[in-house]
Write a protein that binds this ligand. Sequence first.
Ligand SMILES: *[C@@H]1O[C@H](CO)[C@@H](O)[C@H](O)[C@H]1NC(C)=O
Ligand SMILES: *[C@@H]1O[C@H](CO)[C@@H](O)[C@H](O)[C@H]1NC(C)=O
Ligand SMILES: *[C@@H]1O[C@H](CO)[C@@H](O)[C@H](O)[C@H]1NC(C)=O
Ligand SMILES: *[C@@H]1O[C@H](CO)[C@@H](O)[C@H](O)[C@H]1NC(C)=O
Ligand SMILES: *[C@@H]1O[C@H](CO)[C@@H](O)[C@H](O)[C@H]1NC(C)=O
Ligand SMILES: *[C@@H]1O[C@H](CO)[C@@H](O)[C@H](O)[C@H]1NC(C)=O
Ligand SMILES: [Ca+2]
Length: 535
Amino acid sequence: MLPWTIVALLLLHYVALSLGQYELCKSLVSTDDGSVWEHYACQPKTASMKDNMRIKVDPPGITCGNPPERFCTLENPYMCSDECDASNPDLAHPPQLMQDQERTGLLTYWQTVTWSRYPEPLLANISMAWNKSLELSDDIQITFEYGRPTVMALDKSTDYGRTWQPYQYYADDCLDAFNLPAKHVRDLSPANITRVICTEQYSRWVGSKSEKNVKFEVRARFAVFAGPRLQNMDSLYTRMESMKGLRDFFTFTNLRLRLLRPALGGTYVQRDNLLKYFYAISNIEVPARCKCNLHASQCLLQDGNLQCQCEHNTTGPDCQRCKKGFKAKSWKAGSYLPVPNGSPNTCAIAGSPSGSNCECYGHSNRCSYIDYLNIVTCVSCKHNTRGQNCQHCRLGYFRNASAELDDESVCVECNCNQLGSVHDRCNSTGFCQCKEGATGPKCDDCFPGYYWKQGCYPDMCDEELLLCQNGGTCYQGQRCVCPPEFKGVLCQQSRCEDGQDCNAAPPLQTPAVPLLICSLLFHHLLLLLATLTSH
Ligand SMILES: *[C@@H]1O[C@H](CO)[C@@H](O)[C@H](O)[C@H]1NC(C)=O
Ligand SMILES: *[C@@H]1O[C@H](CO)[C@@H](O)[C@H](O)[C@H]1NC(C)=O
Ligand SMILES: *[C@@H]1O[C@H](CO)[C@@H](O)[C@H](O)[C@H]1NC(C)=O
Ligand SMILES: *[C@@H]1O[C@H](CO)[C@@H](O)[C@H](O)[C@H]1NC(C)=O
Ligand SMILES: *[C@@H]1O[C@H](CO)[C@@H](O)[C@H](O)[C@H]1NC(C)=O
Ligand SMILES: *[C@@H]1O[C@H](CO)[C@@H](O)[C@H](O)[C@H]1NC(C)=O
Ligand SMILES: [Ca+2]
């Protein structure tokens, strides 16, 4: 192949990835009525997100050089003359060297302490945070100096680090390390492209200089839909819209590398020279774009955080809401379809023609004209709202006074206790209407003098008025525990009065059946009393 064809191919490749589609949010077009704005789905350009990532390494003290330490390399295990010293800028290897630009041409890298505490595992976490939802647009690439780890995991978070999911596992032996079969991304079919796999491709020893990179393959996954040279991006964008979970798979706010076992040089751990085992990373490349829900073509750093420059009258860090006063319809992400310009799904001004002058506070997309009433009303109000303008809360919900009417969570469930309250509705401050004896905002407490047993029932006995007699004791306000020779709700009745032979029948020898009948009777009495007093 002639050199220029290679150049042309490379260019084509570059063009396909970077150019063209969805770059403009709007353009001025001329019509018979003069110039008007046309709006399109749009997304920001891909950027190297390593510049604004906040990087943190764990555990504390994992970075080498404090105290200064000597180390060797796997290729040169008996020349242990290299030194890491945190107090000397020339010999220090702090975490920020994973994201610097290396403009001087000098290789700079973060390095850990050596594995001197073997067999205790040498573990390190690298957490990367952006405080912004991003979408991967090309391979994540981590460059290791002195060999790639033999066991490692990549995790991601989509909620700013609150919860984490595995993204990909890496090991020289996947079954052994993670109990997973080894896979290649090329083994994946369109149906299982979002599967979390373990790969052995980046963990086997090949010499520390010949292959330094560990990748999370994004390009190869795109290629499943867009073709090997990503020549058919339309097909990828169409899938992004139609395939559940596909876009989310490439979305993240945080990444975490868990380094679980360092490079071993293709052999077992040699205990006599542990100074050659450590991790060193010179670069982490994260090519991605801001997730702006196809409502922005720019994403700028503001007050240290990336922020979509929202169009289409949307707002929020990810353009995930309609602006105030533009909530005639509920918010929708822009769509890649129909290609090539997509649909902007703009937020409509309240009272604009598209809303037919019917404000639904963002709880409904549809209005309908009711002929015989001559009104326009919102249809199928969501978020537990109801009413002509979705301005009321459904029964069983109450309005959160501190939330705006167009807030998705403006209606809060009453949550009345079914047993303690009269019905499931509540007043405007969330108080339920309680049955007798019950109290509390949700009617799940009892007033003093009542006890809870699937509802509130008046106490059978207490310390003041309803005293258990003849030495009986009051059990949780519910019943008197009587001495053997007495019975009755308040132990007021002697067993002898029934003409029994009191002396001859101590309670322990009382046959079981009369006792059972007795307790059943007692139970009925209780119930009777309860129903009598609760009306
Ligand atoms: C790395 O993060 C994981 C998950 O939070 C945690 O379980 C583990 O202890 C961390 N390891 C280190 C060395 O901090
Ligand atoms: C994260 O971004 C939000 C705005 O999107 C900002 O309010 C918040 O202060 C940021 N947090 C940090 C730690 O920078
Ligand atoms: C994905 O699906 C293909 C074909 O359906 C199958 O051969 C492959 O093993 C699957 N990969 C995984 C990781 O499940
Ligand atoms: C957003 O609202 C402004 C002000 O009403 C309007 O000029 C602009 O055209 C709107 N943009 C879109 C995309 O609807
Ligand atoms: C009411 O709305 C405010 C503001 O959105 C929120 O902070 C609060 O938690 C909500 N209260 C309830 C009970 O949901
Ligand atoms: C709701 O009910 C509670 C308890 O009965 C009462 O204190 C409160 O004032 C009521 N709120 C309104 C707005 O009526
Ligand atoms: Ca570097």
